[in-house]
Ligand binder design. Structure first.
Ligand code: 5GP
Ligand code: MN
Length: 343
């Protein structure tokens, strides 16, 4: 804590980075940290590899002007990371998870502080590490960090309200609205933030009652036609690029789909594969006793948490096929995985 406090007070220009394809937790803790830093008079900005989903705009609001997206303004993003004198890395276990930002983060010799809840943090990359896997989200971990800073003194009501709202939003999305990774500390955080004036009803409405119809039309199609369940109890869905176009699906609009097949009694692991321009992205979720993390790490260059992980196969480097070859690769991977899975 002393290192964090001293680093913040010395810094004149602070950058906040998080993982590529930022989700509710990544954006929640980034916005919360930005909001707190500005409240104590610091100059700070968020640098992203790619744009956050439109569905999270409600949380970003006025902070949008302090966000630089490398995919859109690579020069500006590189300059922001070159010129800053402190970098906070949030909701990622290694700087490679920021993709295009990683080389600029590595090149800057300033202090780097990690706040994260994933397995296997790359400890050598950071000057100080707040890493805890037995917690709901990076937002919950940042909440605890903020409670410990001078000026907040363990009183949630002293966290700026916008920051408090962003933290509750991040925790809510990473726990799937209190369905997974919930600990006694998670309820305590929620309780303290509600008491501090956070409007949870509004957050839930913004998060879960505000989708475009397309999402549900696509979900209907996928559950009807694309869902497969293997003899081992692995469910998988592949969404190809044509289907994305057909339903006019935007980034973030398939959030939560991967969880649904886990509701089926004999399903032990659920896999969602999405075709993108240069890669296939995978999301993996599992029930207790099956390691989504090991599956994502071993077959999809990824990782994350024991029961919720992600990864990717880059087209043309190591994996040269299309959707049909991908399905063959996936089926073989599932067979191989369950032969070895003993936990
Ligand atoms: P999601 O399936 O929601 O994209 O990701 C699930 C979890 O896995 C998240 O905690 C996310 O940060 C992590 N994750 C997603 N993609 C990757 C990846 O390519 N590499 C690693 N190491 N983790 C990932
Ligand atoms: Mn997270």
């Amino acid at each position: 804590m002393d290192f964090l406090t001293a680093s913040v007070s010395r810094a004149t220009d602070i950058a906040i980075v998080t993982h590529t394809h930022p989700d509710g937790d990544a954006m929640g803790c980034s916005i919360a940290l930005l909001c707190w830093l500005e409240s104590i008079g610091k100059k700070a900005g968020i640098v992203l590899d790619d744009r956050y989903p439109e569905s999270l705009e409600f949380m970003v609001g006025e902070y949008g002007s302090r966000i630089t997206v490398s995919e859109e303004e690579p020069g500006k993003a590189a300059a922001a990371l070159r010129n800053c004198d402190l970098i906070f890395c949030l909701d990622l276990n290694s700087i490679e998870r920021t993709e295009s930002l990683a080389e600029h983060i590595a090149a800057n010799r300033c202090p780097k502080i990690l706040v994260d809840h994933h397995l296997n943090p790359a400890v050598g990359q950071f000057s100080a590490i707040f890493s805890e896997t037995g917690i709901s989200s990076a937002s919950e971990l940042l909440y605890n960090v903020l409670l410990a800073v001078p000026g907040i003194d363990s009183d949630a009501r002293k966290i700026p309200l916008k920051a408090a709202e962003a933290l509750l939003t991040g925790m809510t999305t990473d726990t799937n609205n209190f369905a997974n990774s919930v600990y006694p500390s998670t309820f305590r955080m929620a309780s303290e933030l509600l008491a501090a004036g956070v409007d949870r009803d509004r957050i839930l409405s913004d998060l879960y009652m505000n989708y475009r119809e397309n999402r549900f039309r696509l979900l209907g199609r996928l559950l009807d036609r694309n869902l497969r369940i293997t003899a081992e109890g692995a469910a998988y869905i592949i969404i190809d690029a044509d289907t994305y176009r057909e339903f006019d699906i935007r980034e973030g609009e398939t959030e939560g789909f991967v969880n649904m097949p886990l509701g089926i009694k004999n399903v032990r692991m659920s896999i969602l594969l999405k075709e993108e321009k240069d890669r296939f992205r995978v999301s993996v979720r599992s029930k207790k006793g099956v390691s989504a993390n090991r599956f994502a790490a071993e077959y999809f260059n990824g990782g994350g948490h024991e029961l919720a992980s992600g990864g990717k196969l880059l087209k043309g480097s190591g994996f040269d096929g299309g959707v049909r070859e991908l399905e063959e690769y996936l089926k073989k991977s599932i067979e191989d995985f369950f032969e070895k899975e003993t936990i």
